[in-house]
Design a protein around this ligand. Structure first.
Ligand code: ZN
Ligand code: ZN
Ligand code: FE
Length: 755
């Protein structure tokens, strides 16, 4: 009998691969075995040549839907004389490992059971199978087996046990397998941690939600804070208790039909909403709708997701509620995921806690994504996406850790031709987040089998990620400029290695000259970059304060443009200025005390936003720019005049004309929606104009757009359209965030080039 050994690598664990192989082997009349090891799946099969061929073909053509085969190695071996086909116990091997699957939304088969009164799992909020359920968030170690998950403490009842060991069953080796007899259970408690005496915690929770209470609900990667999204009072309460003035909340909605009552949804958006990743999707608001405006004030979009755990399905199906589902955390801390911490941290916010006894091993936020130009553009990459690696065009010569940036941090681990982007860690600005970061680096190293010899980090000496990287002993440190990392991140995900024109627009990034960069044109490849154009340096008074209180930066702009005459401008912005504070800032600017030169595009957007609509302080990163985008009138095609000068090899974009045009339109009583649109159009035209000149000079015609400013879809669309019109090949972000959440990937690729 011919015999072969097959080794399969990729996402092949926790996705029903072994039962698939087992059943296929039966159909093909083969004997042998299949097993999971740290390397992937190993198979030995023995049978007729034609059957073996059929077997291999089927593995390649129709693998389980959630698997991702990266490599298949087939070797002839001597005949073993197997009697039948079996599934063998996992073996622990050293070396390279398989990829762990992300957490997966409840599958259709499980949903049918969940709502079938005849089924033994009817209404059971923890049902799952090999095609769905928690993965990353419950796995403590590899290989993926029940004893190495937080399900280890639940002993399966005879019925579950039978399913688990029956290769024909959908729950064969489904590690989180459970039922009402043997599995995790719900409890509902008040915020004094007193368990409520209720026969059905879900029904009781629904009643409480309908009464306007705020409930902390334990989910897959952490706790949510939930309330009725149509109840103004409840939403305002949540805002007040969470100290979250106007940063948008996400919604969870029963089904597509309900979503369509208040959002526009296109085909791809439908697909993303229903994908196993179940991200929060940004969808365009319909004009009139029943959602309380406080959910997402001054936004064009609602952030919406469909239910992804059986508990969510039950809550929504039984109630028809539209829920606010926002991360269960206090202001800027990471999402709470351990019961005791969650209770301590959230009891002043939540009235009740709907919780359960299945442990969450690692926290994982909801992902946020959107559709742009017929493709996905991810904004926050977390649950459902992590830890799926990104396949790179070139191979990493060494194991690399890339520490990431400061805000919206992710880090990246790299080996072979794979880049593992960590889950969204958050802003490294408090102890809790930093602890999460350091702990997750260690855990993620184990999960991805990466032992870094190199650590890449940002140039900014004050980033906590930089400090962390520099503190690591025995690792070679490679510093990477922020905007270079942005551009190479975009190049890497689009698999381009040749030199490009990189347009990196964001809020802040440390420049080689120690200035605050953020409106940069680079000729870049992974090896290096040349800065060839940027916005003119304008003094940023008070550094960070100019970001938190954007009127300071706007003041700097008008002072730069008009000198002291700006005080005579008859515009709302000037009338609102506190003259004492104004004096202080002028003094800072004149004497250059605590001012930092910046070319940041983000600050320019902030300033124009504040000129149009006064804002004392911001409540979340990028808020003024988002509000400016929301204001813009799509129909306006014109822009303002602008000025570009040349200083030796460098092109400088001057802001005077732009700012003066905005002010003059304000003085003439033009609509804000028009002014905002004209400003956006000008920036798009500037991008196109500069790229046009650069192509002439350097013969490059690929353009990468990266940096947080390009989350602004109004700008992105306009810039993209113009560049395409000028026959540029334009690359943007899809699978990696354009914001600082994508920095770590660029760092890893650049470090690899520098080794
Ligand atoms: Zn399932
Ligand atoms: Zn059971
Ligand atoms: Fe950035």
């Amino acid at each position: 009998m011919p015999s072969i050994r097959i080794e399969i690598k990729g996402i092949v664990q926790g996705v029903g691969f072994r039962p698939f192989i087992y059943n296929l082997a039966q159909k093909c009349h083969l004997s042998g075995y299949v097993l999971n090891d740290t390397q992937g799946v190993e198979i030995e099969a023995e049978g007729k040549k034609s059957d073996l061929d059929k077997f291999l073909l089927r593995i390649k053509d129709t693998p389980p839907p959630l698997s991702q085969i990266e490599r298949i190695n087939v070797k002839r071996i001597s005949s073993r004389g197997y009697q039948n086909f079996v599934i063998r116990q996992s073996e622990k091997k050293e070396g390279e490992t398989v990829w762990v699957s992300p957490d997966l939304a409840t599958c259709d088969d499980c949903l049918r059971e969940l709502f079938d009164p005849q089924d033994r799992r009817f209404g059971y909020p923890f049902l799952n199978c090999t095609n769905c359920g928690p993965r990353l968030t419950i796995i403590q170690d590899i290989p993926y087996d029940r004893e190495k998950t937080t399900m280890a403490v639940f002993e399966m009842c005879p019925e579950c046990n039978q399913e688990y060991h029956n290769p024909q069953n959908r729950r064969f080796h489904a590690q989180p397998n459970a039922c009402p007899v043997c599995g995790p259970k719900l409890t509902l408690a008040d915020n004094k941690n007193k368990v409520l005496n209720t026969t059905d915690p879900i029904d009781s929770t629904i009643e409480l939600l309908k009464d306007g209470y705020i409930i902390a609900i334990k989910g897959i990667g952490g706790y949510h804070l939930a309330c009725d999204a149509t109840n103004k009072g409840a939403v305002s309460n949540l805002r007040r208790r969470k100290y979250r003035e106007d940063k948008p909340f996400a919604l969870m909605v029963k089904d597509l039909q309900t979503i369509q009552r208040f959002c526009h949804v296109n085909q791809l958006e439908k697909k993303l909403l229903h994908s196993v990743c179940r991200p929060i999707l940004l969808l365009k608001k319909k004009k009139a709708n029943l959602i309380a405006p406080e959910v997402a004030p001054l936004q064009k979009n609602w952030g919406v997701m469909l239910p992804y755990s059986p508990l969510h399905h039950l809550l929504l199906a039984r109630s028809n509620l539209i829920l606010v589902m926002t991360s269960g955390n206090r202001s800027d801390e990471p999402i709470a995921y351990q019961d005791e911490d969650a209770f301590q941290g959230l009891r002043d916010i939540a009235d009740y806690f709907l919780t359960h006894n299945r442990g969450i091993y690692r926290r994982c936020d909801d992902s946020v994504t959107r559709v742009w130009n017929g493709e996905e553009m991810i904004i926050r990459r977390a649950r459902g996406y992590v830890p799926q690696p990104l396949k790179m065009q070139s191979t990493f010569r060494k194991h690399i850790l890339a520490a990431g940036a400061q805000l919206k941090n992710t880090f990246c681990l790299a080996r072979d031709d794979l880049a593992f982007l960590s889950t969204h860690i958050g802003d490294l600005e408090n102890l809790e987040t930093l602890e999460f970061y350091e702990k997750e680096v260690e855990r993620f190293k184990k999960l991805c089998s990466v032992q870094p010899e190199i650590v890449a980090h940002d140039l900014h000496p004050e980033y906590l990620s930089t400090k962390y990287a520099l503190s690591l002993p025995h690792l070679r440190k490679i510093p990477v400029q922020h905007h270079h990392a942005h551009i190479v991140s975009c190049m890497a995900e689009n698999k381009i290695g040749r030199k490009v024109i990189g347009v990196a627009f964001d809020g802040t990034g440390y420049g080689e000259d120690k200035a605050v960069w953020g409106g940069e044109f680079l000729l870049a490849d992974p090896e290096g970059y040349q800065r060839v154009a940027h916005f003119k340096y304008i003094p940023m008074p008070g550094g960070e304060m100019a970001i938190k209180e954007p009127w300071r930066m706007a003041l700097s702009y008008v002072y730069y443009c008009y000198g002291d005459d700006f005080l005579n401008l008859d515009i709302d912005f000037v009338r609102r200025l506190d003259l004492n504070k104004c004096k202080t800032i002028k003094k800072m600017l004149n004497q250059k005390i605590n001012v930092f030169p910046t070319s940041s595009a983000g600050r320019l957007f902030d300033s124009v936003s504040v000129l149009l609509n006064w804002r004392e302080e911001i409540h979340y990163e990028g808020q003024p720019a988002i509000e400016l985008e929301t204001m813009a009138d799509q129909k306006i095609k014109r822009g303002y005049d602008f000025e570009i000068s040349r200083e030796q090899k460098m092109l400088i974009i001057h802001p005077e004309l732009l700012i003066k045009s905005v002010v003059s339109d304000l003085l003439n009583g033009k609509k804000k929606s028009t002014i905002s649109a004209k400003f956006h159009n000008s920036i798009a035209q500037i991008i196109a104009e500069i790229c046009f000149r650069l192509r002439k000079e350097y013969k490059l015609s690929d353009v990468c757009l990266s940096g947080g400013v390009f989350q602004n879809v109004f700008l992105l669309e306009k810039a993209h359209k113009l560049l395409v019109k000028y026959k540029f090949k334009v690359y943007t972000h899809h699978r990696v965030p354009p914001n600082d959440g994508g920095i770590s990937l660029g760092q890893a690729v650049i470090a690899n080039q520098r080794i």
